[in-house]
Design a protein around this ligand. Sequence first.
Ligand SMILES: Cc1ncc(C[n+]2csc(CCOP(=O)(O)OP(=O)(O)O)c2C)c(N)n1
Length: 342
Amino acid sequence: MPERFSQSAPDIQVSRDRFVDAYRWMFLARTFEDKIGALYRAGKVVGGVYLGRGQEAFSVALGMQLDQKSGDVFAGLIRDQGGRMAFGESILDAARTYLGSVEGPMRGRDGNIHRGRPAEGLPAMISHLGSSVSVVNGMMIAKRFRGKTSCIAGVTAGDGCTSTGAFHEGVNQAAVEKLPVVIAVADNQFAYSTPTTSQYACEDLVDRAIGYGIPSYSIDGTNLDECLRTFQEAAEKARSGEGPQFVVGKLLRLSGHGEHDDAKYVPDSVRAGKYGKDCLVSSRAMLLSEGYAEESALKEIEAEAVENVEAVVSQSQSEKSPSPVTDDWSALSTSSLVEGQR
Ligand SMILES: Cc1ncc(C[n+]2csc(CCOP(=O)(O)OP(=O)(O)O)c2C)c(N)n1
């Protein structure tokens, strides 16, 4: 097999600041999601809650390579709270959407994760099953038409998502058009309760990249160091015109599919396996053992995250829900979000 089709994490340097930043986003995402999960169980979230527990290193490492202010795009899915925030999404947007505040980007209509600000590089999620790839392709083709060729996009998928026609069509189009897209596949071993043995027959999902004709990486998605090195290189390649980059991260979702699901179908042997470890815990230990941060600095980051989460939740809870009588219930997808007016 030609080497360019399948690589492990590249041997490049990531600065110490990047590790600390990554941990900051990972911890903030975990703290926020733990809070939203608790609010869901208390009946305070009327929609669904789907968390990215265990996938933060992989998601954050991608979000951190993208520059929202310069026009990059991040199309995250239900496990990408960390990546969205690392990209630049406001945590208040997330809290307002879950808690039904009329001030949020979806004006209190979602109560779930389908939020976005397309004009700011955050397309709202349509479905978890592959439709965002072609949306992102369209966004990048539009940028190309306008001469904005330095922008890139990150788009995420789960292992189950890679089995859909929408995903295949989207990745194939990105490959043919040589679009500057980093496709991050979080192979978390289950698509809802379907194990990967019933999901794909190839040895590793990275093998699919051969068929698309695009370069790829297969990494340990629980290892922050591997994630940062890989996404840094993949993003640089996409930005320098080398076309789509396919990154598969092996990990385990450390929650149910959604908070309604107790994930009893995940065997203990899988939880105890190589990819069952909690990336937040192992990243913290790595930061300390490598001397990237002192215990006191990490405690400060953690205290700030808790304060931040409490503040946005209490603000969102104090705001009004949309009025069934006086609110404008027309579609949200058009002028106010796409054309950038709030
Ligand atoms: C057409 C369609 N079928 C089923 C679903 C329900 N559904 C949503 S996500 C999902 C599983 C996705 O698995 P995967 O892509 O591995 O992502 P993960 O949830 O593991 O992150 C299913 C079955 C759906 N949203 N749309």
